[in-house]
Design a binder for this molecule. Structure first.
Ligand code: SF4
Length: 188
């Protein structure tokens, strides 16, 4: 999910991901190059399939089905990402990337090892909930900025930067983990 994302106080149940390709194959709806709406600068945005949050008013309900899109390997995605050496960032969105956390962790590790690009990740989970989810926490630790929480239609605000509703936060993950509390991202 991107600017129009989800939120919820209770953690949404994780889908059964067995048989969806293990930790190096992702279920992908689309990959957009040189986008400017999913974080600062020109970015490669990876839209994944599957989301169980089902936020009322979600702009992208066609992304909810976990069997949507098609499988792509980490290597296939890295070829696209590395083909644009001047784009400073990659954004994981969907769908909810945290519901394919093992595979996105493998992709994030490849991005870290092979490029200097920053990583943004959208999710319907709250940051605090992800800290208590061991698999998702590993992905979180590789992310620079997390856009967290479900989309709440009652808090919709079209003037917000890179998000759709006021409950969602742009979180500086490295600084938040180091400090032990949420530090919001601000544009340098
Ligand atoms: S988390 Fe994002 S993709 Fe999922 S239902 Fe909510 S707004 Fe839609």
């Amino acid at each position: 999910m991107n600017p129009i994302s989800p939120t919820q106080k209770q953690a949404t149940p994780l889908p059964d991901t067995k048989g969806q390709g293990g930790d190096s194959v992702l279920r992908i709806l689309s990959v957009l190059e040189d986008t400017t709406v999913d974080g600062p600068g020109f970015r490669t945005s990876i839209y994944c399939a599957g989301c169980t949050h089902h936020c009322p008013g979600c702009h992208n309900p066609q992304s909810w089905a976990p069997e949507g899109g098609h499988e792509m390997s980490v290597d296939e995605l890295m070829q696209i990402i590395e083909a644009d050496p001047f784009a400073p960032g990659v954004t994981f969105t969907g769908g909810d990337p945290m519901q394919q956390a093992e595979a996105f962790t493998a992709l994030a590790q490849a991005i870290r090892q092979r490029t200097r690009k920053n990583i943004w990740c959208y999710t319907g989970y709250r940051y605090e909930a992800l800290l208590d989810m061991p698999v998702q926490r590993r992905l979180l630790q590789l992310v620079d900025v997390l856009v967290d929480g479900p989309y709440v239609a009652a808090q919709r605000d079209t003037d917000l930067l890179f998000r759709g509703s006021a409950n969602q936060r742009l979180i500086d993950v490295p600084r938040s983990l180091a400090q032990g509390s949420v530090v919001l991202w601000t544009r340098a």
